[in-house]
Design a protein around this ligand. Sequence first.
Ligand code: HGY
Ligand code: MN
Ligand code: MN
Length: 422
Amino acid sequence: MRVDIDGGRLLRRLEDLAEVGAITGGRGERGSARLALTDADRDGRDLVVGWMRDLGLDVTVDVIGNVIAVMGPNCGHHSGRAPVLCGSHIDTVATGGRFDGNLGVLAGLEVIETVLSAGLELERPLGVAFFTDEEGARFAPDMLGSLVFAGGLTVEEAHDIRAADPGGPGPTVREELDRIGYLGPAPCPGAAPHAFVELHVEQGPVLERESERIGAVTGVQGISWTRVTLTGQSNHAGTTPMSMRRDPAAAMARIAVFVNDLAEEFGAPQVATVGRVEVHPNLVNVVPSRVTFTVDLRNTDDEVLRRAEAALAAELGRVADRHGVEVETEELARFAPVIFDEGVVDLVESAALERGLAVRRMPSGAGHDAQMLARMCPSGMVFVPSIGGISHNPAELTSDDDLVVGCQVLCDVMLDLVEGDS
Ligand code: HGY
Ligand code: MN
Ligand code: MN
């Protein structure tokens, strides 16, 4: 079964949502800042839930704030069967683009509106979801909402996570869900969908470099987030001889270089990032007393990722000894690589080819909610190119044509998943 989506309507909704928490980049690029469970996230949620309700969808909010909207009797669907679900997230990093996550949710809405307007009679319903705190930038780990939905973390544990706000720790997930009005009644783990598909911008350089339009995503690489706290002794920057110092900033710098060199030595796809650094007391003429920083390590091969983690742990011990500082580490996220359902990957590839679109099978460098839904049902993803491979940056950009064809492929795959029923 095939039906053509309304690309203009999709693009308009993307623009409207981008205005919520709108920011501009260094060169005037337009992005969005809607950190999880902030007022901006609430406003974005309210806008999208309004669109879901306008379509007559059955909208449920669960205990971790995930919002699932499914075709039901109010829009003429009566099968009551498990839905073919799509979706992603609408929370962003603080310097977010307009498409990361948002595309997958609004494309899902577009697919459903197209199917309803065409009056298609389906064997099972379509649904679209947005999951809480996919980014993990404010509340670690990332993909928090879909992890709880899939039963990978208890609601209680998730509710107690505190915000890594400046001068934090900040409020808990539960307090913030309650404050923004999204502490919902629906239980987690949630009901398993029949299948799940996520459309997402690639956020990397591959599709653009290879001049392909669609990525049939084969899986997601492993993710390891560690928060490291090094404690030394604050002292006078002018009077303290180097031999007397216990300087955690110098130690942190050595670790940052170490993980960068490690990734280069291991080679692609190993990556390493020190993305967040907090120095105390952060003053020009004071040897710091404490430095807290994060290390993000990723690899498609879990065994290699474990070697990288072990190398980091060993180096932390050596550098701590050298600088006379204490080390504390906390695991913020640890997800093994995920392989998507071969049948869904095949459907993405064949739907793209049927539309005459150059397509490639490829792993995802970024984490996504689909990797958590893969614990519950056959799941997969559709990628569209990111111009310049840039993301987590207001400069994130995908052409209108690619946004629209991505949505069309999502529509085709979802209808194939409905029809592929036994
Ligand atoms: O960290 C990630 O890969 C995703 O953006 N949450
Ligand atoms: Mn994303
Ligand atoms: Mn992201």
